[in-house]
Structure formats: structure tokens, C-alpha cells
Design a protein around this ligand. Structure first.
Ligand code: F0G
Length: 455
């Protein structure tokens, strides 16, 4: 069967078409940081898949019926029921986005000097650990570092490494284990069911809570059904439910697989922990039946959580990413393998071989994408590398990847073809891509706030 996209556009938005001169001026103004570029100067926006998707006509229809009462609104119950259809946890607490869920939950699980172990902390997750005075330790699967292997579950946590920390002198300081599904910092690679079972047994043995960072739970579930023969007959919803059973607690940004523009939840079993989180949420987010979200959003979410596990939707999502990756391979651009769902990660190292790590190759390719095609993306190197007080690179990032994040239900094949054409042009004349250096290097959340310049 040829692939058939299971939806059409119902409303459209024109995108800005800019000149190369305008983009060069905008890059200068933005300190060559994609986060500083104005949206109306961006044609194809691949900066994030978070809160950037298109809602469905059914989501809009439900939102028309939103109940905006302050407490106990109908929209809250519809949202809560949609979440409870997935998670077994008794206590579901809404918050405005994932990082608020992290801040509230980690504030209860960690203290200064604690250690948080993870397959990879997403950048805000790390920031929320470090702001407590705790340490965020990434223990990705060693398979992740082989960018060209097609190992199916490179997102796994290294269970042996976790065991070694827990049994070692620092063991008593471990306050939580966070498994990020899919592993966003690690190329959107999925986490296997076997790995979840193993790490949850280790966590239980050491009485350390296992927290699922489930921002892309539906995409992880889909990849489990596709890559693990044991789950080939399971529906994505069945896999997702099984995954949530592993977590003592869940934090889930719903700006991704909630198919919404905002929203997140915390889910826990422990009533005392729920109680403590609730106090924080009422003080900082909103009452426990809205958590800073409008009834409108709660309705988008309740319906979004139903749509996101549709196998036709998820198959299309996989197809879209694979289509782009295949086009890139056809023009000689290497990407992280195997291709996940929420993004295609371009490997900058072979694309601009004249640039050494200190010249920030992934950032250089990111800026070239914008300059040459009005495409906004983000490199991971500025986040993963470390720099000295003169802004010189101290330790290079483990890989130089440019993330082309794919907003859900937004771009079609013609946009994907355009992206591939722009990258093909860059690949034809790599020597035209200048290296970069940092000119302003904030201590925390560098990649969001830094400024750079070409050399
Ligand atoms: N966890 C993961 C794995 C994420 O990817 C994100 C956000 C968050 C937590 C935080 O959630 O944005 O709702 O506060 N990722 C976005 C991205 C920003 O572009 O990858 P949030």
C-alpha cells in the first residue's frame, strides 16, 4: 500500500518569504542565535516540535465547549479522564508546561547534594535539578555514540552504569532516576520495554523513585511496536499504558504528544507526595483543577490525547521524518540513524569537515540553514560542550548534531523537499560555511541566551 497521509489542511497560514540580504541582517541582529530570530523572518521553523503543531477540527470543536469555571470545571474532568485512561496513577496534577512539572516534582524529590540519574536530562530538566543544588548525571546507552548504527533502542539508560552509582559511595545521594522517553537530547531515540523493566527493578531495589519524563510517550510507544517484535501486535495505546506502569511518578509536557500549544501534568501514586506538589501548584500555577491552563486548552488536550495514539497518525509521523531523512541521504547529507519521529538530526561533522569542534560546526550549519534558506533549526553543541572564561571550547560535545524538529501536522512533502534542496546546496559548497565563536556565554541555559559571531 502506498502511504496516504491521514489528514488534510482545514485552515492555512501563509509563511514569510525573505531575501538572503534580509536574513543576513537578521542573523547579525540576533547575535547569530536562532532563538533570537524574529518569527516573521523565518520561512520553515524547525526550532522545536513543542507547542508548534496544528490542532484538529475536533480539538477546535471541543474547545468551543470549554468550561472556564475556576474550580471543578467540566473541561478539567474531561482532561483528567483522558490522562487517567493512560496512566495508572491516582493523582494527576495539571501545570502549564513540562518544566513547571519538573520544578514542582523535583523540588519534592531532591535536595542540595542529591543526584539525579537519567538516560539524558533534557536541558530544562537539568536546569531544574541544578537549581536545587543537586547534580544531574547523564547515563546514556553507549550505543548512542555510534551515530551510524541502526540499533533500535539507542535511547536506553545504561543500567549497569546506574547500578554502579547506586552501589558506590554516592549511592545514598541518588534522589531520583529520570527516564526520558523518547530521549530528546539523545537524538529522539526510543527507550525499550526491556530497559524500562530493568531500570525500574533497580530503582525499586534501591528504593529510589523512577520518574518518567514522558513528553513523547506516544512516539516512543509507536517505535516500540515497530522495532520490538514482542510488541508488534500491541496497539500504541497498550504500549503507552504499560510504559506508564513503570513510573513511580510521571512528568509529561503535553506540548508535544498532547497535540496542544501548552500544558503538562504530574502523575504520582503517593498521596503525601501529591499533597505536597498540590500546595506548590496552587501557590505558583493555579488551582488543582486547572494548573494555569484554560478550559480551552484542557479540551484541546483531552481530544489531543485521544488522537495522538492513532496508529495512522503515528505511522504518518514516522513516514514524514523518514521521507526527509531519505531525501537528505540522497544528496549526501548524513543524519543520526535510525531516524526517530520528532526530528531529523543532521550530522554536521562530515558536512563541514573543514571546521574543527572549536569552530562550532553544528552551530555553523544551523546558521547556514537560516542564511541560505530561511530555515530555523538548533544545534546541540552549544548546550553539550563546555567553554572557558574566554569563551574558548574546553570540552567538545560528544556529537555535532543539528536538530530539524518537526512540528506535528504542519509541514508537507514540498516543505521537506525544500529543506533537502537547501541542505544539498550547503553540502555542495561546504567551504562557504564559516566557523563560529561565542561572544556572550551565559552560565546557565547557554544555548537559549548566548550570542555568537562568524570567524
Ligand atoms: N522534557 C523533554 C524531553 C522535553 O523535550 C521538553 C521540552 C521538556 C521536558 C520541557 O517541557 O517545554 O513543556 O516546558 N522540549 C522542547 C524541545 C522545548 O524543543 O525539545 P516544556
Amino acid at each position: 500500500m502506498p502511504h496516504l497521509r491521514p489528514f488534510v489542511s482545514a485552515v492555512v497560514r501563509p509563511i514569510p518569504i525573505t531575501t538572503r540580504e534580509e536574513r543576513i541582517a537578521e542573523l547579525d541582529r540576533a547575535g547569530h542565535n536562532p532563538f533570537n530570530i524574529r518569527g516573521d523572518k523565518v520561512s520553515i521553523d524547525l526550532l522545536s516540535d513543542s507547542g508548534t503543531g496544528a490542532v484538529s477540527t475536533d480539538q477546535q470543536a471541543w474547545a468551543q465547549r470549554a468550561d472556564e469555571r475556576y474550580a471543578g470545571a467540566d473541561s478539567w474532568f474531561r482532561f483528567r479522564d483522558a490522562v487517567r485512561d493512560l496512566v495508572p496513577h491516582e493523582h494527576v496534577l495539571p501545570v502549564h508546561q513540562g518544566r513547571a512539572a519538573e520544578r514542582v516534582l523535583f523540588g519534592e524529590l531532591l535536595e542540595p547534594g542529591s543526584i539525579s540519574l537519567s538516560n539524558m536530562h533534557f536541558d530544562t530538566t537539568r536546569a531544574n535539578v541544578e537549581r536545587i543544588g543537586a547534580e544531574a548525571r547523564d547515563l546514556p546507552s553507549p550505543q548512542l555514540f555510534d551515530l551510524t548504527s541502526d540499533a533500535p533502542f539507542k535511547g536506553d539508560i545504561d543500567v549497569d552504569a546506574a547500578r554502579a552509582v547506586l552501589n558506590g559511595p554516592d549511592g545514598h545521594r541518588v534522589g531520583q532516576i529520570v527516564v526520558t522517553i523518547t530521549n530528546n537530547g539523545g537524538g529522539g531515540q526510543p527507550v525499550s520495554m526491556a530497559n524500562l523493566a530493568e531500570i525500574s527493578a533497580v530503582a525499586r531495589e534501591h528504593r529510589v523513585p523512577l520518574v518518567l519524563d514522558a513528553a513523547r510517550f506516544a512516539e516512543n510507544a509507536w517505535l516500540v511496536t515497530q522495532r520490538d517484535p514482542e510488541y508488534a501486535d500491541w496497539s500504541p495505546r497498550e504500549v503507552a499504558r504499560r510504559v506508564f506502569e513503570f513510573g513511580d511518578a510521571v512528568v509529561a509536557s503535553l506540548k508535544k504528544d498532547g497535540l496542544s500549544h501548552e500544558g503538562a501534568f504530574i502523575a504520582v501514586h503517593d498521596p503525601e507526595l501529591a499533597d505536597r506538589c498540590e500546595v506548590d501548584i496552587i501557590a505558583t500555577e493555579g488551582f488543582r483543577t486547572y494548573g494555569g491552563l484554560t478550559g480551552h486548552t484542557l479540551e484541546h488536550l483531552a481530544q489531543g490525547l485521544r488522537e495522538v495514539l492513532d496508529p495512522h497518525y503515528l505511522a504518518d509521523r514516522e513516514h514524514e521524518a523518514k521521507f526527509l531523512a531519505d531525501r537528505l541521504h540522497a544528496v549526501g547529507v548524513e543524519t543520526l540513524r535510525p531516524t526517530g519521529l520528532h526530528a531529523v538530526y543532521v550530522n554536521a561533522t562530515p558536512l563541514v569537515p573543514h571546521l574543527e569542534p572549536k569552530h562550532l560546526p553544528d552551530h555553523a550549519v544551523t546558521c547556514a540553514l537560516y542564511r541560505e534558506g530561511g530555515i530555523r533549526a538548533a544545534g546541540g553543541g552549544l548546550f553539550l560542550g563546555t567553554f572557558d572564561e574566554n569563551n574558548e571550547l574546553l570540552t567538545a560535545p560528544p556529537f555535532e548534531l543539528v536538530r530539524l524538529a518537526l512540528p506535528r501536522r504542519v509541514y508537507d512533502r514540498s516543505h521537506m523537499e525544500y529543506i533537502a534542496e537547501v541542505l544539498a546546496e550547503i553540502a555542495k559548497h561546504p567551504e562557504r560555511v564559516p566557523g563560529y565563536r561565542l561572544t556572550h556565554n551565559p552560565e546557565v541555559l547557554r544555548h537559549f541566551r548566548c550570542r555568537t559571531e562568524p570567524i
